[in-house]
Design a protein around this ligand. Structure first.
Ligand SMILES: Nc1ncnc2c1ncn2[C@@H]1O[C@H](COP(=O)(O)OP(=O)(O)O)[C@@H](O)[C@H]1O
Ligand SMILES: [Mg+2]
Length: 271
């Protein structure tokens, strides 16, 4: 299916674990899918939480995951794309525990080890409206590959934790370095997760994120038990509870990003 708009590749990155990367990827993908956009999720995390959440197969049963694709020729690309997932309109490139080994092999066996994913995804330009890349909790080669392939970047920050900003300056330095090989990479902003404006810690994190990252997305994701429930039920927040505040915030975020990125989706009317 050829798309009228150029493909936007959004990396969701922060090497801090548990800050909401996977939740953001899955629920943005679901909302973009609901807007009739064609969406691909690329799971670059060895822990493969996005694959376990939306995939119909167990990552260990998948022959060509991101791990194999990164080390292979582009011919394997069609085998790496799985159109059947638990989320309508969303395709998946599975993650795998083998990604750790692929990262080591890339370092030793490739001339431009940070640019393999960009090369592997290049035939998909114009095929999907949006590609969302879920990054691992590290700033090593897998994250570099995601940032080198991406057109845009979202940095989730756990607002409800006093350690939410820990390491962000390292991340920003890493992003600057990657811009040497991907000068067009645009920061969409930091996304505050588990945010509660009544809490002092959240206000502090909000101020520091604005200062150190420079750009905050105008949506705040609240804490909600629905997030874990949706993951356990292998559905999106919309599938779990379409009227919950957390669902509405992700929906608003997708609409804002679609407007900013000029994605020509049509709002589905299944409410
Ligand atoms: N808004 C939220 N409210 C409550 N729990 C959340 C929220 N966002 C994420 N979580 C939970 O926090 C944990 C970490 O989130 P996750 O998206 O997996 O982070 P990461 O991918 O950065 O490691 C998961 O158990 C997830 O279900
Ligand atoms: Mg994750």
């Amino acid at each position: 299916m050829a798309s009228a708009t150029p493909t936007r590749i959004i990396a969701v990155a922060n090497h801090k674990g548990g800050c909401g990367k996977t939740t953001t990827v899955v629920n943005l993908a679901a909302e973009f899918g609901r807007m009739n956009l064609s969406v691909l999720v690329v799971d670059l995390d060895p822990q493969s939480n996005a694959s376990l959440h939306i995939g119909k197969k167990h990552p260990s049963e998948v022959t060509v995951t991101c791990a194999e694709l990164l080390l292979s020729e582009t011919e394997k690309l069609p085998l790496a794309i799985h159109e059947e997932t638990h989320i309508p309109g969303v395709s998946l490139m599975y993650g795998s525990l083998n990604l750790g080994k692929s990262e080591d092999d890339l370092k030793d066996g490739t001339p431009r080890p940070s640019e393999e994913l960009r090369d592997k995804l290049s035939p998909l330009m114009g095929v999907y409206d949006v590609i969302l890349i879920d990054c691992p909790p590290s700033l090593k080669l897998l994250t570099s590959n995601a940032l080198a392939a991406a057109t845009h970047l979202i940095i989730p920050i756990e607002s409800g934790s006093q350690y939410g900003m820990y390491g962000v300056t390292d991340l920003m330095k890493h992003v600057s370095k990657i811009r040497r090989i991907n000068p067009g990479l645009q920061l969409l902003g930091a996304l505050l997760i588990k945010h509660d404006e009544r809490q002092t810690v959240c206000k502090l994190i909000e101020g520091t994120a604005q200062e150190q990252i420079g750009k905050l997305l105008p949506v705040r994701i609240p804490t909600s038990t629905k997030v874990n429930q949706a993951a356990m039920a292998q559905t999106s927040l919309h599938g779990m509870d379409r009227t919950a505040k957390v669902t509405r915030e992700f929906k608003q975020l997708a609409a804002l990003l679609a407007a900013e990125l000029k994605l020509n989706g049509k709002e589905s009317n299944d409410e």
